[in-house]
Design a protein. Structure first.
Length: 430
Protein backbone atom coordinates (compact mmCIF):
# COMPACT_ATOMS: atom_id res chain seq x y z
CA UNK A 1 0.00 0.00 0.00
CA UNK A 2 1.39 3.45 -0.84
CA UNK A 3 2.31 5.69 2.05
CA UNK A 4 2.90 9.36 2.61
CA UNK A 5 6.54 8.97 1.68
CA UNK A 6 5.52 8.35 -1.93
CA UNK A 7 5.03 12.07 -2.54
CA UNK A 8 6.59 15.33 -1.35
CA UNK A 9 5.47 16.67 1.97
CA UNK A 10 4.34 20.01 0.59
CA UNK A 11 1.25 20.53 -1.48
CA UNK A 12 0.51 23.29 -3.95
CA UNK A 13 1.44 26.77 -2.82
CA UNK A 14 -1.02 28.70 -4.97
CA UNK A 15 -3.90 28.50 -2.48
CA UNK A 16 -4.38 31.88 -0.75
CA UNK A 17 -3.58 31.85 2.94
CA UNK A 18 -6.90 33.47 3.85
CA UNK A 19 -8.64 30.59 2.04
CA UNK A 20 -6.87 28.11 4.27
CA UNK A 21 -7.83 30.09 7.35
CA UNK A 22 -11.45 30.16 6.22
CA UNK A 23 -11.29 26.40 5.69
CA UNK A 24 -9.81 25.83 9.12
CA UNK A 25 -12.54 27.96 10.72
CA UNK A 26 -15.24 26.01 8.85
CA UNK A 27 -13.75 22.66 9.82
CA UNK A 28 -13.72 23.71 13.47
CA UNK A 29 -17.31 24.96 13.19
CA UNK A 30 -18.44 21.59 11.85
CA UNK A 31 -16.59 19.81 14.65
CA UNK A 32 -18.49 21.95 17.15
CA UNK A 33 -21.76 21.02 15.41
CA UNK A 34 -20.90 17.34 15.91
CA UNK A 35 -20.24 17.88 19.61
CA UNK A 36 -23.47 19.85 20.05
CA UNK A 37 -25.50 17.10 18.37
CA UNK A 38 -24.21 14.67 20.99
CA UNK A 39 -25.02 16.98 23.91
CA UNK A 40 -25.89 14.50 26.64
CA UNK A 41 -28.41 16.68 28.49
CA UNK A 42 -30.44 17.44 25.37
CA UNK A 43 -30.28 13.83 24.19
CA UNK A 44 -31.46 12.49 27.55
CA UNK A 45 -34.28 15.05 27.76
CA UNK A 46 -35.57 13.89 24.38
CA UNK A 47 -35.37 10.27 25.48
CA UNK A 48 -37.21 10.93 28.76
CA UNK A 49 -39.95 12.72 26.81
CA UNK A 50 -40.36 9.73 24.50
CA UNK A 51 -39.79 6.87 26.97
CA UNK A 52 -39.61 7.95 30.60
CA UNK A 53 -38.42 5.56 33.29
CA UNK A 54 -41.05 3.56 35.17
CA UNK A 55 -42.04 4.83 38.58
CA UNK A 56 -41.05 2.73 41.61
CA UNK A 57 -43.52 0.31 43.15
CA UNK A 58 -45.11 0.88 46.59
CA UNK A 59 -42.38 1.60 49.13
CA UNK A 60 -39.71 1.60 46.43
CA UNK A 61 -37.23 4.20 45.20
CA UNK A 62 -35.35 5.09 42.04
CA UNK A 63 -31.68 4.13 42.01
CA UNK A 64 -29.86 6.33 39.51
CA UNK A 65 -26.35 5.29 38.46
CA UNK A 66 -24.56 7.47 35.89
CA UNK A 67 -21.29 6.16 34.48
CA UNK A 68 -19.05 7.69 31.80
CA UNK A 69 -17.54 10.94 30.60
CA UNK A 70 -21.00 12.49 30.19
CA UNK A 71 -22.29 11.19 33.52
CA UNK A 72 -22.58 14.59 35.25
CA UNK A 73 -24.83 16.40 32.73
CA UNK A 74 -26.89 13.24 32.21
CA UNK A 75 -27.40 12.86 35.96
CA UNK A 76 -28.37 16.52 36.37
CA UNK A 77 -30.96 16.17 33.62
CA UNK A 78 -32.37 12.95 35.05
CA UNK A 79 -32.62 14.38 38.56
CA UNK A 80 -34.65 17.30 37.24
CA UNK A 81 -37.16 14.84 35.80
CA UNK A 82 -37.41 12.11 38.46
CA UNK A 83 -39.67 12.19 41.49
CA UNK A 84 -38.21 11.51 44.93
CA UNK A 85 -36.99 9.33 46.51
CA UNK A 86 -33.92 8.97 44.30
CA UNK A 87 -30.51 7.64 45.33
CA UNK A 88 -27.80 8.82 42.94
CA UNK A 89 -24.23 7.70 42.28
CA UNK A 90 -22.13 9.34 39.55
CA UNK A 91 -18.86 7.86 38.25
CA UNK A 92 -16.89 9.96 35.78
CA UNK A 93 -13.36 11.05 34.89
CA UNK A 94 -11.63 13.74 36.94
CA UNK A 95 -11.72 16.33 34.16
CA UNK A 96 -15.50 16.13 33.79
CA UNK A 97 -16.30 15.78 37.50
CA UNK A 98 -18.35 18.51 39.16
CA UNK A 99 -20.69 18.36 42.17
CA UNK A 100 -24.35 17.49 41.64
CA UNK A 101 -26.72 18.33 44.46
CA UNK A 102 -28.19 15.20 46.02
CA UNK A 103 -25.69 12.83 44.38
CA UNK A 104 -22.52 11.00 45.39
CA UNK A 105 -19.76 11.76 42.90
CA UNK A 106 -16.73 9.55 42.23
CA UNK A 107 -13.91 10.73 39.94
CA UNK A 108 -11.95 7.73 38.66
CA UNK A 109 -9.20 6.79 36.20
CA UNK A 110 -9.34 6.86 32.41
CA UNK A 111 -8.06 5.34 30.12
CA UNK A 112 -6.22 3.15 32.65
CA UNK A 113 -8.40 2.00 35.61
CA UNK A 114 -7.25 3.09 39.07
CA UNK A 115 -7.99 2.38 42.73
CA UNK A 116 -10.67 5.06 42.83
CA UNK A 117 -12.45 3.26 40.01
CA UNK A 118 -12.20 -0.07 41.80
CA UNK A 119 -13.73 1.51 44.93
CA UNK A 120 -16.52 2.99 42.80
CA UNK A 121 -17.15 -0.42 41.29
CA UNK A 122 -17.62 -1.91 44.74
CA UNK A 123 -19.96 0.97 45.62
CA UNK A 124 -22.09 0.34 42.54
CA UNK A 125 -22.28 -3.38 43.27
CA UNK A 126 -23.29 -2.68 46.87
CA UNK A 127 -26.01 -0.29 45.75
CA UNK A 128 -27.38 -2.70 43.15
CA UNK A 129 -27.38 -5.79 45.34
CA UNK A 130 -29.53 -3.94 47.90
CA UNK A 131 -32.21 -3.16 45.29
CA UNK A 132 -35.65 -4.71 45.75
CA UNK A 133 -38.43 -5.62 43.33
CA UNK A 134 -40.19 -2.37 44.30
CA UNK A 135 -37.16 -0.30 43.27
CA UNK A 136 -36.43 0.92 39.75
CA UNK A 137 -32.83 1.21 38.52
CA UNK A 138 -32.00 3.88 35.93
CA UNK A 139 -28.57 3.53 34.30
CA UNK A 140 -27.07 6.47 32.39
CA UNK A 141 -24.19 5.13 30.31
CA UNK A 142 -21.72 7.08 28.19
CA UNK A 143 -18.26 6.70 26.71
CA UNK A 144 -15.38 5.77 28.96
CA UNK A 145 -17.55 3.78 31.35
CA UNK A 146 -15.52 0.61 30.89
CA UNK A 147 -12.26 2.01 32.27
CA UNK A 148 -13.94 4.28 34.81
CA UNK A 149 -15.74 1.46 36.61
CA UNK A 150 -13.52 -1.62 37.01
CA UNK A 151 -14.88 -4.49 39.09
CA UNK A 152 -12.32 -7.28 38.77
CA UNK A 153 -13.65 -10.82 38.59
CA UNK A 154 -12.86 -13.08 41.58
CA UNK A 155 -9.16 -13.91 41.72
CA UNK A 156 -8.10 -10.81 39.77
CA UNK A 157 -6.69 -7.53 41.00
CA UNK A 158 -6.87 -4.02 39.67
CA UNK A 159 -3.20 -4.35 38.68
CA UNK A 160 -4.12 -7.41 36.58
CA UNK A 161 -6.86 -5.48 34.80
CA UNK A 162 -4.60 -2.46 34.25
CA UNK A 163 -1.96 -4.71 32.68
CA UNK A 164 -4.58 -6.18 30.36
CA UNK A 165 -5.81 -2.71 29.44
CA UNK A 166 -2.30 -1.55 28.54
CA UNK A 167 -1.74 -4.65 26.40
CA UNK A 168 -5.03 -4.14 24.57
CA UNK A 169 -4.34 -0.45 23.92
CA UNK A 170 -0.86 -1.21 22.59
CA UNK A 171 -2.09 -4.15 20.51
CA UNK A 172 -4.35 -2.02 18.32
CA UNK A 173 -7.43 -4.22 18.78
CA UNK A 174 -10.80 -2.94 17.53
CA UNK A 175 -13.06 -1.75 20.33
CA UNK A 176 -15.45 -4.71 20.00
CA UNK A 177 -12.59 -7.14 20.57
CA UNK A 178 -11.31 -5.09 23.50
CA UNK A 179 -14.73 -5.17 25.12
CA UNK A 180 -15.21 -8.91 24.55
CA UNK A 181 -12.08 -9.46 26.63
CA UNK A 182 -12.90 -6.86 29.28
CA UNK A 183 -16.33 -8.38 29.85
CA UNK A 184 -14.83 -11.71 30.86
CA UNK A 185 -12.68 -10.07 33.54
CA UNK A 186 -15.40 -8.06 35.27
CA UNK A 187 -18.36 -8.47 37.64
CA UNK A 188 -20.23 -5.52 36.06
CA UNK A 189 -19.49 -5.65 32.35
CA UNK A 190 -21.28 -7.93 29.88
CA UNK A 191 -24.59 -7.89 31.75
CA UNK A 192 -23.08 -8.03 35.25
CA UNK A 193 -24.93 -4.82 36.15
CA UNK A 194 -28.26 -6.57 35.50
CA UNK A 195 -27.36 -9.64 37.52
CA UNK A 196 -26.36 -7.47 40.47
CA UNK A 197 -29.56 -5.40 40.29
CA UNK A 198 -32.02 -8.32 40.12
CA UNK A 199 -34.87 -8.37 41.04
CA UNK A 200 -35.17 -4.59 40.39
CA UNK A 201 -36.08 -3.68 36.77
CA UNK A 202 -33.40 -1.71 34.89
CA UNK A 203 -33.82 1.02 32.25
CA UNK A 204 -30.59 2.15 30.58
CA UNK A 205 -30.19 5.36 28.57
CA UNK A 206 -27.06 4.99 26.46
CA UNK A 207 -24.91 7.54 24.64
CA UNK A 208 -22.94 5.48 22.13
CA UNK A 209 -19.19 5.96 21.73
CA UNK A 210 -18.63 2.98 19.42
CA UNK A 211 -18.98 2.61 15.69
CA UNK A 212 -22.12 0.71 14.74
CA UNK A 213 -23.73 1.36 18.14
CA UNK A 214 -23.50 -2.22 19.38
CA UNK A 215 -24.91 -1.94 22.89
CA UNK A 216 -22.73 -4.85 24.02
CA UNK A 217 -19.64 -2.80 23.24
CA UNK A 218 -20.61 0.56 24.76
CA UNK A 219 -18.89 0.77 28.17
CA UNK A 220 -18.39 -2.99 27.72
CA UNK A 221 -22.14 -3.61 27.87
CA UNK A 222 -23.08 -3.56 31.56
CA UNK A 223 -26.80 -3.91 30.79
CA UNK A 224 -26.68 -6.34 27.84
CA UNK A 225 -25.53 -9.88 27.20
CA UNK A 226 -21.76 -10.37 26.75
CA UNK A 227 -20.15 -10.44 23.32
CA UNK A 228 -18.64 -13.88 23.90
CA UNK A 229 -17.31 -16.39 26.39
CA UNK A 230 -14.09 -16.93 28.29
CA UNK A 231 -13.00 -19.32 25.56
CA UNK A 232 -13.71 -16.69 22.90
CA UNK A 233 -11.60 -14.15 24.81
CA UNK A 234 -8.76 -16.64 25.29
CA UNK A 235 -8.74 -17.65 21.62
CA UNK A 236 -8.80 -14.01 20.50
CA UNK A 237 -5.84 -13.10 22.71
CA UNK A 238 -3.87 -16.07 21.39
CA UNK A 239 -4.70 -15.18 17.81
CA UNK A 240 -3.63 -11.56 18.38
CA UNK A 241 -0.34 -12.62 19.96
CA UNK A 242 -1.15 -11.07 23.35
CA UNK A 243 -1.79 -14.15 25.49
CA UNK A 244 1.75 -14.59 26.80
CA UNK A 245 1.96 -10.91 27.78
CA UNK A 246 -0.97 -11.16 30.22
CA UNK A 247 -0.62 -11.72 33.98
CA UNK A 248 -0.86 -15.35 35.05
CA UNK A 249 -4.06 -14.81 37.10
CA UNK A 250 -5.79 -13.49 33.97
CA UNK A 251 -4.71 -16.50 31.93
CA UNK A 252 -5.86 -18.82 34.72
CA UNK A 253 -9.25 -17.09 34.89
CA UNK A 254 -9.82 -17.24 31.13
CA UNK A 255 -8.75 -20.90 31.01
CA UNK A 256 -11.28 -21.95 33.70
CA UNK A 257 -14.61 -23.57 32.69
CA UNK A 258 -17.53 -21.26 32.00
CA UNK A 259 -19.56 -20.63 35.20
CA UNK A 260 -23.14 -21.83 35.30
CA UNK A 261 -25.49 -18.87 35.64
CA UNK A 262 -29.25 -18.26 35.31
CA UNK A 263 -30.54 -16.39 32.25
CA UNK A 264 -29.66 -12.71 32.15
CA UNK A 265 -32.46 -10.53 33.58
CA UNK A 266 -34.19 -8.33 30.99
CA UNK A 267 -33.53 -4.60 30.65
CA UNK A 268 -34.90 -1.67 28.69
CA UNK A 269 -31.91 -0.32 26.73
CA UNK A 270 -32.41 2.97 24.86
CA UNK A 271 -29.83 4.51 22.51
CA UNK A 272 -30.01 8.30 22.84
CA UNK A 273 -26.98 9.55 20.83
CA UNK A 274 -24.31 8.24 18.46
CA UNK A 275 -21.54 9.04 16.01
CA UNK A 276 -23.91 8.69 13.05
CA UNK A 277 -26.31 11.28 14.46
CA UNK A 278 -23.44 13.74 14.89
CA UNK A 279 -22.22 13.14 11.34
CA UNK A 280 -25.70 13.77 9.96
CA UNK A 281 -25.83 17.06 11.88
CA UNK A 282 -22.48 18.08 10.37
CA UNK A 283 -23.70 17.29 6.85
CA UNK A 284 -26.86 19.30 7.40
CA UNK A 285 -24.79 22.28 8.58
CA UNK A 286 -22.76 22.47 5.35
CA UNK A 287 -24.94 22.45 2.21
CA UNK A 288 -23.61 20.03 -0.38
CA UNK A 289 -21.45 18.11 2.09
CA UNK A 290 -20.76 14.49 1.20
CA UNK A 291 -21.20 12.04 4.07
CA UNK A 292 -19.16 8.83 3.78
CA UNK A 293 -21.26 5.68 3.58
CA UNK A 294 -18.96 3.52 5.70
CA UNK A 295 -17.25 4.43 8.98
CA UNK A 296 -13.51 4.83 9.36
CA UNK A 297 -12.32 1.74 11.22
CA UNK A 298 -9.24 -0.41 11.53
CA UNK A 299 -5.63 0.62 11.17
CA UNK A 300 -5.05 4.36 11.08
CA UNK A 301 -2.70 4.06 8.09
CA UNK A 302 -5.43 2.38 6.03
CA UNK A 303 -7.93 5.03 7.10
CA UNK A 304 -5.51 7.74 5.94
CA UNK A 305 -5.23 6.08 2.54
CA UNK A 306 -8.99 6.06 2.20
CA UNK A 307 -9.15 9.78 2.96
CA UNK A 308 -6.30 10.57 0.56
CA UNK A 309 -8.02 8.64 -2.23
CA UNK A 310 -11.29 10.44 -1.54
CA UNK A 311 -9.48 13.80 -1.66
CA UNK A 312 -7.96 13.00 -5.05
CA UNK A 313 -11.32 11.92 -6.51
CA UNK A 314 -13.62 14.58 -5.01
CA UNK A 315 -14.82 17.57 -7.06
CA UNK A 316 -13.36 21.04 -6.43
CA UNK A 317 -14.70 22.75 -3.35
CA UNK A 318 -16.01 19.52 -1.85
CA UNK A 319 -16.66 19.00 1.84
CA UNK A 320 -16.23 15.36 2.83
CA UNK A 321 -17.38 14.11 6.23
CA UNK A 322 -16.20 10.89 7.86
CA UNK A 323 -16.61 9.32 11.28
CA UNK A 324 -15.66 6.24 13.22
CA UNK A 325 -12.79 5.07 15.33
CA UNK A 326 -9.41 3.90 14.08
CA UNK A 327 -6.67 2.07 15.96
CA UNK A 328 -2.93 2.69 16.20
CA UNK A 329 -0.52 -0.20 16.57
CA UNK A 330 2.25 1.21 18.74
CA UNK A 331 5.71 0.77 17.23
CA UNK A 332 7.41 3.75 18.87
CA UNK A 333 7.50 5.56 22.18
CA UNK A 334 6.19 8.95 21.16
CA UNK A 335 3.17 10.96 22.28
CA UNK A 336 -0.03 11.15 20.30
CA UNK A 337 -3.42 9.58 19.59
CA UNK A 338 -5.33 8.08 16.70
CA UNK A 339 -6.77 11.43 15.54
CA UNK A 340 -3.43 13.21 15.70
CA UNK A 341 -1.70 10.41 13.81
CA UNK A 342 -4.44 10.37 11.16
CA UNK A 343 -4.10 14.14 10.71
CA UNK A 344 -0.31 13.87 10.43
CA UNK A 345 -0.55 11.11 7.82
CA UNK A 346 -2.93 13.18 5.70
CA UNK A 347 -0.71 16.26 6.06
CA UNK A 348 2.32 14.32 4.80
CA UNK A 349 0.35 13.18 1.75
CA UNK A 350 -0.22 16.76 0.53
CA UNK A 351 1.93 16.17 -2.55
CA UNK A 352 -0.18 13.19 -3.55
CA UNK A 353 -3.44 15.06 -3.01
CA UNK A 354 -2.13 17.83 -5.25
CA UNK A 355 -4.43 20.71 -4.30
CA UNK A 356 -5.12 22.96 -1.32
CA UNK A 357 -7.06 21.34 1.49
CA UNK A 358 -7.91 21.48 5.18
CA UNK A 359 -8.39 18.27 7.16
CA UNK A 360 -9.63 17.89 10.74
CA UNK A 361 -9.77 14.72 12.81
CA UNK A 362 -10.96 14.94 16.39
CA UNK A 363 -12.41 13.00 19.29
CA UNK A 364 -15.82 14.36 20.22
CA UNK A 365 -14.94 14.27 23.93
CA UNK A 366 -12.09 16.72 23.38
CA UNK A 367 -9.35 14.20 24.19
CA UNK A 368 -7.17 12.11 21.89
CA UNK A 369 -4.91 9.57 23.53
CA UNK A 370 -2.94 10.58 26.65
CA UNK A 371 -2.69 14.22 25.50
CA UNK A 372 -4.46 17.54 26.03
CA UNK A 373 -5.45 17.71 22.34
CA UNK A 374 -8.72 16.58 20.77
CA UNK A 375 -6.90 15.73 17.53
CA UNK A 376 -5.38 17.64 14.66
CA UNK A 377 -6.37 20.19 12.02
CA UNK A 378 -3.90 20.31 9.12
CA UNK A 379 -3.63 21.76 5.63
CA UNK A 380 -1.51 21.34 2.52
CA UNK A 381 1.29 23.50 3.98
CA UNK A 382 1.56 21.71 7.36
CA UNK A 383 4.56 19.71 6.24
CA UNK A 384 6.41 22.88 5.26
CA UNK A 385 5.68 24.44 8.65
CA UNK A 386 7.01 21.34 10.42
CA UNK A 387 10.24 21.46 8.43
CA UNK A 388 10.62 25.15 9.15
CA UNK A 389 10.33 24.30 12.85
CA UNK A 390 13.08 21.69 12.54
CA UNK A 391 10.73 18.69 12.74
CA UNK A 392 11.44 15.46 10.81
CA UNK A 393 7.77 14.55 10.45
CA UNK A 394 8.41 11.12 8.92
CA UNK A 395 10.65 10.17 11.85
CA UNK A 396 8.04 11.42 14.30
CA UNK A 397 5.37 9.36 12.54
CA UNK A 398 7.54 6.24 12.76
CA UNK A 399 7.85 6.83 16.53
CA UNK A 400 4.09 7.40 16.99
CA UNK A 401 5.06 10.94 18.00
CA UNK A 402 2.35 12.93 16.21
CA UNK A 403 1.62 15.35 19.07
CA UNK A 404 4.88 17.35 19.03
CA UNK A 405 4.94 17.34 15.22
CA UNK A 406 1.48 18.92 15.05
CA UNK A 407 2.33 21.28 17.91
CA UNK A 408 5.33 22.56 15.97
CA UNK A 409 3.20 23.39 12.93
CA UNK A 410 0.36 24.93 14.95
CA UNK A 411 -1.98 22.12 13.97
CA UNK A 412 -3.21 20.66 17.26
CA UNK A 413 -6.97 20.72 17.73
CA UNK A 414 -7.41 22.08 21.26
CA UNK A 415 -10.94 22.17 22.65
CA UNK A 416 -10.71 21.17 26.29
CA UNK A 417 -12.96 18.43 27.60
CA UNK A 418 -16.39 18.53 25.95
CA UNK A 419 -18.10 15.75 27.92
CA UNK A 420 -19.89 13.80 25.20
CA UNK A 421 -17.97 11.01 23.52
CA UNK A 422 -19.48 9.57 20.35
CA UNK A 423 -16.25 8.33 18.75
CA UNK A 424 -14.35 10.50 16.24
CA UNK A 425 -15.31 12.82 13.38
CA UNK A 426 -13.33 14.00 10.36
CA UNK A 427 -13.81 16.86 7.91
CA UNK A 428 -11.94 17.30 4.61
CA UNK A 429 -12.41 20.64 2.82
CA UNK A 430 -10.94 21.08 -0.67
Amino acid sequence: MPGPEDGPEDGPEDGPEDGREDGRAEARRLFDVAVAAADPAAALSRAFDAQPPDRPGPGGRTILIAVGKAAVPMARTALSRLAAPVEVLIVTNAENASPVQGARLRATGHPVPNEAGAAAGEEVLSLLTRATAADRVVALISGGGSALLPAPAPGLTLADKAAVNRALLAGGLPIAEVNLIRQQLSRLKGGGFLRAAAPAPVAAYILSDVVGDDLAAIASGPTVAPLGTRADARNLLIRRGLWDALPQPVRTHLSAPEPQAPPLPPARNLLIGSNRLSLQAMAAAHPGAILADAPLEGDVAEAAERIILAAKEAPPGACLIFGGETVVTLKGKGLGGRNQELALRVALAAGRIGRPFVFLSGGTDGRDGPTEAAGGIVDDQSGARMRAAGIDAQARLADNDSNPALAASGDLLMTGGTGPHVADVQVLLL
